[in-house]
Design a protein around this ligand. Structure first.
Ligand code: HEM
Length: 534
């Protein structure tokens, strides 16, 4: 018996040792492979399918990325000439916002291909590592953003100018008369863009270029696809639209410079807005361009890209907010109530808004935040300037990372509730009901805007040093536009319409084929009638 036991145990022990060795070997191999290579995003035709999806149907591309990132927090993919690491998870996303990651290489592609900067000026950016901080081209741009876009005084001045010019557009409607067939998206693309252009760049640019707004929207569609730098013969329309728009910007810049100086520059010193250059940011860009001696083609590109930053996201987001509140009468009533609390009578005896109060209203902030959460879809791009470990992989300096907002913004565990999945637009998602007790002991319920610690999964404006410089103005502009329409008009929904004006059997969704970089515009318009009340 003992003999049999011994005979039987020996091979079992040997086998077990062998098995254990095999497991250790596989685990080590896996680990070493893991340290080398994150998994790849599948593609049917290598080097082609992913880039094609990205450029022609970004939604489908992002959906495939979302599925892949559910299995691994980092996935690699080839887009044209670039190998990209797509990342998710709040720690990985905050890692790429650190100062050892730079957005410069991606921005350089935008400047070169979407802005068509001259080679000599691109070289100034690329070699901008020497000299004191004050002389550096990037540094000077960031300082300008701080002074003319982020600083409270400039944000208030820009917002006031926008309120004035958008108010003029609304005042063109007759009081007390129903106007049929207003299409909210088309209306905002024309009128909000005109008002924001006047507020930021002055009125002269629109007088010199009567087709400025139309040319902008044509260019806007191509800004992101252009950045990939496809050969011109493959991208003719995009290149033509870009060149048309930046030529308009340059034409204005040259005329404006002559007129400005004839007028005596000093007469505008300290002035928040004047008709020739508009606002402080526009005059600051002129000085920046001159101090680095930019070629004229680059100057056109500087303003073309500025207008892209200024318009493309705010107008899409404002349109979504309007569509959501018009389709829900209870929400419309609640918004109207909040808006009325921020109304004031201005010096000209007209109804205006206390901006500070308006933009602090809980429901308005919640609707705005929800529109950004649901409709902003950008791949925030950074390049590592030193070797990094992300998601367990050691990757070399120069690796390109992209964090898709969509994955974080639609994370069910962060945003979903029992009856409101993260995929739904829910205007009240960022509201908390607080109970307060007044002096005589009555319990009162009060709404508060709250992100409830979910800020790490929300980055529509990007992050780190390159975070959107226009974010404060963007919020003011959208909420002012919404407030002005809700407060001044009675509105009746008629129907959804397709781009060719025929009746649509469904509401708007994110435009899928649209190559725009950040906020997706709606693919349907909302037809309504409205009546100006005052
Ligand atoms: C809802 C509206 C807006 C959204 C969602 C948005 C989003 C963004 C995003 C995602 C970036 C890139 C950030 C990064 O790489 O980390 C950005 C950059 C920028 N945005 Fe916006 N933006 C909006 C409105 C505006 C407006 C109205 C302006 C101008 C007045 C503006 C000016 C800029 C500028 C100048 C940058 C470059 C910042 C830098 O590199 O230092 N944006 N924006």
């Amino acid at each position: 018996m003992g003999f049999i036991m011994e005979l039987g145990t020996f091979p079992i022990m040997k086998l077990s040792l062998l098995f254990l060795g095999l497991i250790v070997f596989i685990a080590r191999r896996r680990r070493s492979r893991r340290l080398l290579e994150p998994p790849r995003l599948n593609e049917a035709i290598p080097f082609v399918s992913n880039a094609w999806h990205f450029m022609t149907n970004k939604r489908l591309f992002i959906e495939r990325v979302t599925d892949a990132l559910a299995a691994s927090p980092i996935v690699q993919c080839r887009l044209g000439p670039m190998n990209i690491y797509l990342v998710t998870g709040s720690s990985n996303v905050s890692a790429i916002f650190r100062s050892s990651f730079s957005s410069d290489p991606w921005v350089m592609r935008i400047l070169e291909h979407s802005g068509a900067y001259a080679l000599a000026d691109l070289t100034k950016f690329a070699t901008d590592t020497s000299g004191g901080a004050q002389e550096r081209i990037w540094h000077a741009k960031h300082r300008l953003h701080d002074e003319a876009l982020i600083n409270t005084h400039s944000v208030i001045a820009l917002s006031a100018a926008f309120q004035r010019f958008f108010g003029e557009r609304l005042a063109a409607f007759p009081v007390g008369e129903w106007v049929e067939d207003v299409r909210i998206s088309a209306f905002l693309r024309n009128n909000m863009a005109t008002a924001a252009t006047r507020a930021a760049l002055g009125s002269r640019i629109l007088e010199i270029n009567p087709d400025f707004v139309e040319a902008f929207w044509e260019y806007e569609m191509y800004v992101e696809p252009l950045a990939f730098g496809l050969p011109h013969w493959l991208n003719r329309r995009a290149v033509r639209s870009r060149d048309r728009f930046r030529t308009m910007c340059l034409k204005w810049y040259e005329i404006a410079n002559r007129e400005f100086h004839c007028d005596g520059t000093s007469s505008y010193e300290g002035v928040d807005w004047e008709p020739i250059f508009g606002s402080q940011i526009s005059r600051g860009l002129t000085q920046w361009v001159k101090s680095f001696d930019f070629a004229s083609e680059s100057t056109g590109g500087v303003y073309a890209l500025f207008v892209f930053g200024l318009q493309s996201n705010t107008i899409a987001i404002c349109t979504w907010v309007m569509m959501e509140i018009i389709r829900d009468p209870n929400l419309y009533r609640d918004i109207k109530e909040e808006v009325s609390q921020a109304e004031v009578i201005n010096d000209s005896d007209e109804v205006a808004f206390n901006l500070q109060e308006l933009v602090s209203k809980p429901l308005l902030q919640s609707v705005y935040t929800e529109a950004l959460r649901v409709h902003v879809s950008i791949l925030i791009t950074r390049t590592s300037t030193e070797p990094v470990t992300i998601g367990g992989y050691q990757l070399p300096a120069g690796s390109v990372f992209q964090a898709p907002t969509h994955v974080a913004h639609f994370d069910e565990a962060t945003w979903g509730t029992a009856d409101r999945p993260a995929s739904d637009f829910w205007a009240y998602r960022h509201i908390r009901e607080m109970e307060t007790i007044d002096a005589i002991g009555h319990v009162k319920k009060q709404r508060e805007f709250s992100m409830m610690g979910r800020g790490g999964s929300f980055f529509p404006y990007g992050g780190g040093i390159s975070i959107c410089a226009g974010r404060a103005f963007a919020k003011n502009e959208v909420l002012l536009a919404v407030a002005m329409m809700v407060s001044n008009f009675d509105v009746e929904f008629i129907e959804w319409v397709t781009p060719n004006g025929s009746r649509s059997d469904r509401p708007a969704r994110d435009h899928t084929g649209y190559g725009n970089g950040i906020a997706a515009p709606p693919d349907r318009d909302m037809k309504l009638s409205w009546r100006r009340r005052r």
